[in-house]
Design a protein around this ligand. Structure first.
Ligand SMILES: C[S@@+](CC[C@H](N)C(=O)[O-])C[C@H]1O[C@@H](n2cnc3c(N)ncnc32)[C@H](O)[C@@H]1O
Length: 336
């Protein structure tokens, strides 16, 4: 019999598609919210063929995403908050980039192993852009999906992490490449005297301004559009780099860290918010998988906490420490 480790890896891509497509057509949401609990109603609501849908549902049942009890479909209680779209813990936003982009870049994994570089040619006909973001952001749907994913992966851990650092002693937080604004928004929601600036590529502005007003913090937060490699960073006493150092090579990362160090006043903070490898690099699984995605879609990689600390110390930061969340995104802090 094929061992379980091999079976899980072999069928893993089919399981991902069951999750992504089930979420996209709304099946998990309809069941969670009690809008439908039988095949024909679900097929009507999702506008798909009932016989074909049955196969997706059987797969979801066997994965454990759906239960079938007393003739009705049900989402297991512990999964409901994550699969119902009206829940604050809904995680479907974080699938969208995987579903639209990563499943395609992974088709070029073998090429990437030879070339050791991103594989955007698997999606875009022309790939002259040096930065993956230029290409991604030329397509409004990819931009929206990407930022939704960033929000989905970032907001919950940020809410936890901002409570674990003394941000009340600081005045202006600059979220460098702040993306969907997940960290800056969580920081302001938890620290009423703090102000924030999200510095990111100009195309991100409309998405962010929508988020600022949805979270009712628009008067304490600004967006500044620019290029963090070419432009001056706005002044602040806390700089955040969330999923930035894992996007770029070591040289570019060092350039950014030096820029931040030089912009900070003495006593100012740098906060690196990232997935971390275990110290012996035997996991976690999510970090190891995303480390492949970083190869296929960026110029960066993931590191362990002590590797980040060493990097920060080389730049000149002191009292560096790791602050962990209960999730996958953790923080490495350094003080100037
Ligand atoms: C992986 S996302 C991380 C977003 C956010 N910090 C988070 O943790 O969710 C990388 C972000 O860097 C931004 N970015 C990429 N290149 C940039 C550049 N040259 N200047 C400014 N922002 C850039 C992207 O627009 C994107 O929002």
């Amino acid at each position: 019999m094929i061992p379980i480790e091999i079976k899980q890896a072999m069928y893993g891509f089919m399981m991902s598609q069951t999750l992504f497509v089930g979420d996209e057509i709304g099946i998990f949401d309809y069941i969670s919210q009690g809008k439908a609990n039988n095949l024909s109603d679900l097929a009507k609501l999702a506008d798909v063929n009932p016989d074909a849908l049955k196969r997706l549902i059987l797969a979801a049942v066997s994965i454990g995403l759906i239960e079938f009890k007393d003739g009705e479909y049900k989402i297991p209680d512990h999964l409901q908050p994550f699969l119902a779209r009206n829940s604050s813990q809904y995680c479907g936003d974080s699938f969208s980039h995987f579903r639209e982009v990563s499943v395609r870049t992974f088709l070029n994994f073998k090429e990437a192993l030879k070339e050791n570089k991103p594989q955007w040619q698997s999606i875009f006909a022309q790939t002259q852009e040096e930065s993956p973001f230029g290409q991604l952001y030329n397509n409004p749907k990819h931009l929206e999906n990407f930022l939704d994913s960033m929000w989905g992966l970032g907001y919950a851990p940020a809410q936890e992490l901002v409570k674990k650092c003394a941000l009340h002693q600081h005045n202006v937080l600059v979220d460098v490449g702040g993306g969907s604004g997940s960290f800056a928004i969580a920081a302001l929601e938890n620290h009423p005297n703090l102000k924030a600036i999200v510095f990111d590529l100009p195309k991100v502005r409309p998405y962010l301004e929508r988020k600022f007003s949805q979270h009712q913090i628009a008067e304490r937060i600004n967006f500044i559009g620019g290029d963090f490699f070419k432009d001056e960073l706005p002044p602040g006493d806390v700089y955040v780099l969330g999923y930035i150092l894992s996007d770029w090579n070591r040289e570019n990362g060092t350039q950014l860290l030096n820029k931040i160090y030089n912009s900070l006043p003495k006593g100012g903070l740098v906060l690196i918010v990232e997935k971390l490898f275990n110290e012996d690099k035997n996991g976690p699984l999510e970090t190891a998988m995303m480390n492949i995605a970083m190869l296929l879609e960026t110029w960066g990689q993931h590191y362990s906490g002590s590797e980040y600390i060493q990097w920060l110390q080389e730049i000149g930061f002191q009292n560096c420490k790791i602050i962990r969340s209960n999730g996958e995104k953790h923080m490495v802090m350094g003080i100037k």
